[in-house]
Design a protein around this ligand. Structure first.
Ligand SMILES: *[C@@H]1O[C@H](CO)[C@@H](O)[C@H](O)[C@H]1NC(C)=O
Ligand SMILES: *[C@@H]1O[C@H](CO)[C@@H](O)[C@H](O)[C@H]1NC(C)=O
Ligand SMILES: *[C@@H]1O[C@H](CO)[C@@H](O)[C@H](O)[C@H]1NC(C)=O
Ligand SMILES: *[C@@H]1O[C@H](CO)[C@@H](O)[C@H](O)[C@H]1NC(C)=O
Ligand SMILES: *[C@@H]1O[C@H](CO)[C@@H](O)[C@H](O)[C@H]1NC(C)=O
Length: 588
C-alpha cells in the first residue's frame, strides 16, 4: 500500500488532514484522491533538531530502522535459515516519502541486522513508487518478490524481483525482471490508481500459481485473482477471490489457511488438510480486518462463513493501532507469523525531532480458535528470550477499588502475564449488542473508573507517581443470552500530559466460554512508547502508542487493579523486565 493517491499513512498530519476533509466524499476519512506525494516534501528530510522526545520514547525491542520513517511490513519470509523482513522505508527522513524496500535479516525474529535497501525506484515500471508486496518461495527453493510499482504514468502495476545471488545467505541484492511489469491494471472495472499489494502466491489444485491483488473493482473492494504456470506470465481470473460492496478498496490482502484449535501453521501451497479454514485479511479504515471461511476450490473463490454488510462488525487483527499486516509460513517452526505496522501518534514535528517514525508490532503466531470463529494471536516465543528479573505472585484478591503495585521489574520495558479468576460470573452485567458498532465509544463511556458487576479489572501501566498520567488495559465481562461477552479496552486518554497527541480508548469484544474456564488471562508487552496487549490468550489484541512525560522525567509505575463490584482473584501474575534487543543497530 501507500502511494501517491492513498493518504492513509499521512492522514494524521494535520496539514493533509484538512485536504482530506475538503475532498472527502464519504464518512470514511481515508477514502479520497488527494495527490500528496509532492506535499510531503514540505518537511525537512534530514532533521537536525534535538528534542526531549528524541531518545526515551524509542522502543527497545520492537522492530524499527536505526532512524527514519517506516510503514508496511513487506515480503516477510524464512529462507535457508534466515528470516527476512522488508519494509516500506524512507532512507531520507522521518516522514513518508522516497520510499524504498528496506531490508533486515534475523535468525530469531527479535534481533535484526540491517542491510542495504532491496528495491529502489529505478525503472519505468516503478519510477514513481515501489510499494508493498510479498515473497513466495517457488518450487525448487527459488524466492521471488512481487511488489507494486507506480509507473511513468502513475498507474499501479505489479513487478517481480529475484535474488541476484542465491549463494549469498542474506540475499542482499535483488534484480528486476526485464519484462516488468508482469501485471498491468487493465481489464473490466479496474481503477489503475487503486490496484496494489499482491499477496504471497499459492498453488491451486490445477497446479497453477495464484496471487490476489487489492483493488477497487467497479467502485467496490476486491481481491483480484491472477493465475500463472510459471509465476511470470499472469492471467486475470474472470472473478475476484472475494469482493465486497461494504467498502470501495482493500489494501494489503493476505490469504492463508488455518486449522481450528491447532497452532501449527499451514503452507497454502501444500496440501491443505481436511477441516482447515481459510482467512482473508484486508486493510481498510486504518485497521486490519479479517473474515474466516472456506476456499471453494471448484469456483476458485473465498467464501466467508458469515457475511456482515456492516463493516464495523468485521473482526479485527488488532483493535488498536495496527495496519497493513502480512503473514508468512515459517517452515523452520511450522507456524504462521503475522506482522503489522504501528504508526506514531504524536505530531509530525515530534517525528521530525525524534528522527524516526513507525514501528512494527511484535511478530505474532496466528492460528484459529477451536470454535472455528476467531483468530488467536500470541507473541512469538522468541520474545521471551528478552525476559529478565522475573517477579511472580499467586492468589492475590482484588476487591473493588484495589490497586496492587507490581514492583521489582522495569516498568518501561516489561512483559506482564496475569490470570484473573472470576469468583462470581453471575454478577456480569447484561450485554447490549449495539456496543459492537462502536467499541471505542463504549470504552470511553464504561472506562476503568466506571464500576460494573464484573470488571473493570486489569492493568495500569506507565503511570506517573500521582497517576496524573496512566494507561489502562482492562477487561469487563457481560452476559449475553447463552454466552459471555468480554471486552478488552486500552484507554490512552490519560496516557500523557503532553498536548496534541492522539489518545483514543481502543476496545474489542470477544465471546468466551466462562462457564468452562472461569478465568481470563491478560498479557501486556510494554516497550516505552508501545503497549501491546493480548486478552484471553490472544482472542483480542490491542496495540497503542503512548508518550508519557513521566517516561522522560523519571520513573513510572505498574499496577493490577479491580474496579468491579465482585472480587477477582489473581491466581497467577508474572512480570519480567525486557532487555533491549539488537534491532538494526549494526551494519550488515
Ligand atoms: C496513524 O496515526 C494517526 C494518529 O495520528 C491515526 O489517525 C491513523 O489512523 C494511524 N494509522 C494509519 C494507518 O495511518
Ligand atoms: C536521498 O537524498 C539524497 C540527497 O538528496 C538523494 O541523492 C537520494 O536519491 C535520496 N534517496 C531517495 C531514496 O530518494
Ligand atoms: C555470491 O555469494 C557468495 C556467498 O556470499 C559469494 O562467495 C560469491 O562471490 C557471490 N557471487 C557473486 C557473483 O557475487
Ligand atoms: C454490489 O451490489 C450490487 C447491487 O446490489 C450487486 O449487483 C453486486 O453484485 C454487488 N457486488 C458485490 C461485490 O457484492
Ligand atoms: C477506580 O475507580 C475509582 C473511583 O471511580 C477511580 O478514582 C480510579 O481512578 C479507578 N481506577 C482506575 C485504574 O481507573
Amino acid at each position: 500500500m501507500v502511494m501517491s493517491t492513498m493518504p492513509q499513512p499521512w492522514c494524521h498530519w494535520a496539514f493533509l488532514l484538512f485536504l482530506v476533509l475538503l475532498s472527502s466524499e464519504s464518512n470514511i476519512p481515508c477514502r479520497n484522491g488527494v495527490e500528496a506525494t509532492q506535499r510531503v516534501f514540505l518537511y525537512p528530510q534530514s532533521p537536525k533538531v534535538s528534542s526531549i522526545v528524541s531518545k526515551r520514547y524509542r522502543t527497545a525491542y520492537h522492530f524499527q530502522p536505526l532512524s527514519n520513517w517506516i510503514n508496511d511490513p513487506n515480503g516477510p519470509m524464512y529462507y535457508n535459515g534466515i528470516y527476512h523482513q522488508f519494509y516500506q522505508y524512507n532512507p531520507n527522513g522521518s516522514i513518508w516519502g522516497n520510499i524504498v524496500w528496506g531490508h533486515s535479516v534475523s535468525t530469531d525474529l527479535i534481533n535484526w541486522i540491517r542491510l542495504e535497501p532491496a528495491i529502489e525506484r529505478t525503472t519505468p515500471s516503478d519510477i514513481n513508487g515501489c510499494w508493498t508486496g510479498s515473497a513466495t518461495i517457488l518450487t525448487g527453493d527459488q524466492p521471488v518478490i512481487i511488489y507494486t510499482g507506480a509507473d511513468t504514468e502513475k498507474r499501479q502495476v505489479q513487478n517481480i524481483v529475484l535474488p541476484k545471488n542465491l549463494s549469498d545467505p542474506y540475499l542482499r541484492q535483488w534484480k528486476k525482471l526485464k519484462n516488468n511489469p508482469l501485471i498491468q491494471p487493465v481489464g473490466p472495472g479496474l481503477n489503475s490508481g487503486q490496484f496494489r499489494d499482491p499477496t504471497t502466491g499459492w498453488i491451486g489444485p490445477d497446479g497453477l500459481w495464484r496471487i490476489a491483488v487489492g483493488a477497487e473493482l467497479n467502485g467496490y473492494s476486491a481481491a483480484i485473482l491472477y493465475k500463472s504456470k510459471d509465476f511470470m506470465k499472469w492471467t486475470r481470473v474472470d472473478h475476484p477471490l472475494h469482493s465486497s460492496n461494504a467498502s470501495t478498496m482493500w489494501e494489503c490482502p493476505d490469504f492463508f489457511a488455518v486449522l481450528p484449535g491447532k497452532n501449527n501453521g499451514l503452507d497454502l501451497s501444500a496440501a491443505i488438510p481436511n477441516g482447515a479454514k481459510h482467512v482473508l485479511k484486508i486493510s481498510l479504515d486504518y485497521c486490519d480486518k479479517y473474515m474466516i471461511g472456506v476456499y471453494d476450490l471448484k469456483r476458485d473463490t473465498f467464501v466467508p462463513d458469515t457475511i456482515l454488510d456492516d463493516r464495523r462488525l468485521w473482526s479485527r487483527i488488532d483493535y488498536g493501532n495496527y495496519y497493513a499486516s502480512k503473514s508468512f509460513f515459517d517452515s523452520k517452526r511450522g507456524r504462521r507469523i503475522i506482522w503489522g505496522w504501528t504508526n506514531e501518534t504524536d505530531s509530525t514535528s515530534d517525528d521530525v525531532a525524534k528522527g524516526w517514525a513507525g514501528i512494527h508490532a511484535i511478530p505474532r503466531t496466528v492460528w484459529l480458535d477451536s470454535d472455528g470463529k476467531q483468530l488467536l494471536q500470541w507473541p512469538v516465543e522468541e520474545v521471551e528470550l528478552l525476559r529478565t528479573n522475573a517477579v511472580s505472585h499467586q492468589g492475590i484478591e482484588l476487591k473493588k477499588g484495589d490497586l496492587f503495585e507490581i514492583s521489582g521489574t522495569d516498568t518501561l520495558q516489561a512483559d506482564v502475564e496475569i490470570d484473573f479468576e472470576l469468583t462470581a460470573i453471575d454478577a456480569a452485567d447484561p450485554f447490549d449488542p449495539s456496543w459492537l458498532l462502536d467499541t471505542e465509544k463504549h470504552c470511553r463511556e464504561a472506562d476503568a473508573s466506571v464500576n460494573g458487576g464484573l470488571g473493570p479489572f486489569g492493568l495500569v501501566v506507565l503511570a506517573s507517581d500521582n497517576m496524573e498520567e496512566h494507561t489502562t488495559v482492562h477487561l469487563r465481562v457481560y452476559k449475553s443470552e447463552q454466552k459471555y461477552m468480554v471486552l478488552l479496552c486500552s484507554d490512552l486518554r490519560r496516557s500523557s500530559l503532553r498536548p496534541g497527541l492522539y489518545t483514543p480508548a481502543y476496545g474489542g469484544f470477544f465471546e468466551h466460554d466462562l462457564d468452562k474456564e472461569k478465568k481470563i488471562s491478560l498479557r501486556t508487552l510494554i516497550d516505552r512508547s508501545a503497549v501491546e496487549s493480548f486478552g484471553a490468550g490472544g482472542r483480542v489484541c490491542i496495540t497503542g502508542r503512548v508518550y508519557p512525560v513521566a517516561l522522560v522525567d523519571g520513573g513510572t509505575h505498574m499496577y493490577a487493579f479491580n474496579n468491579g463490584s465482585s472480587t477477582v482473584k489473581v491466581s497467577q501474575l508474572k512480570a519480567w523486565s525486557m532487555r533491549r534487543a539488537h534491532v538494526n543497530v549494526k551494519m550488515g
